[in-house]
Design a protein around this ligand. Sequence first.
Ligand code: 6PG
Length: 245
Amino acid sequence: MMERFADVEALGRAAAELFAGKAREAVRARGKFSVLLAGGDTPRRTYELLAGKPLRGRVPWEAVHLFWGDERCVPPDSPHSNYGMARKSLLDRVPVDPGHVHPVRCDLSPAEAAAAYEEELKVFFPGVPPRFDLALLGLGSDGHTASLLPGSPAVAEAVRWAAVAKRPEEAFSRVTVTLPLLNRASTVLFLVSGAGKADVLRALLEDGEAAARYPASLVRPVSGDLRWFVDAAAASALTGACGLP
Ligand code: 6PG
């Protein structure tokens, strides 16, 4: 289901409210809420709104467990760090239990970090398929999501829950969760903003053949909900052919 918002502020508010609602629902039902945070710029406003009134008081932070959908293998104080962005915009401002914050270990080599991250996920989901209550994802103009980059072997990973990825033009490697993990989430929410995403979003929502080239098209929750929160600029190329409102 796709929902269109005037701008990133309205999109961020709706995403923060969904996060809070899903958190309360999960904690009521199972005593904890597990979430995969997205990187990039779009989710920043969502995190800032969650850290402020009124939403800050509507999330059972002590029972929230946070992981990342992907991470750049850089120090946490690097401007490229998804963990660093979430720390500044959210984690330093809410009472999460530090033991419930699970960043990728960028002090290790990328391969060791991916293996350690998968181990940490397996400890969190002992003996059961990994079913995140909420997976937040962004969308790149090349159709990537998390760090499942077009042409990357990580896209085809069918067993491991975490893998290494690399953009040729970037000095750093990345660690990303894989589709077997993402597609088991209860709710996957894409947050998409900006005119630069308009063409790829139209393909993903309205042109199955064109979408097939994009890793984001492979995010198909096995038994969960797939939702898109998009701003007007990102939605500007949609024709309505997908039948989505
Ligand atoms: C990353 C992100 C990436 C991001 C998209 C969209 O680490 O690069 O996880 O997948 O979500 O590139 O980024 P924006 O929201 O900044 O457009």
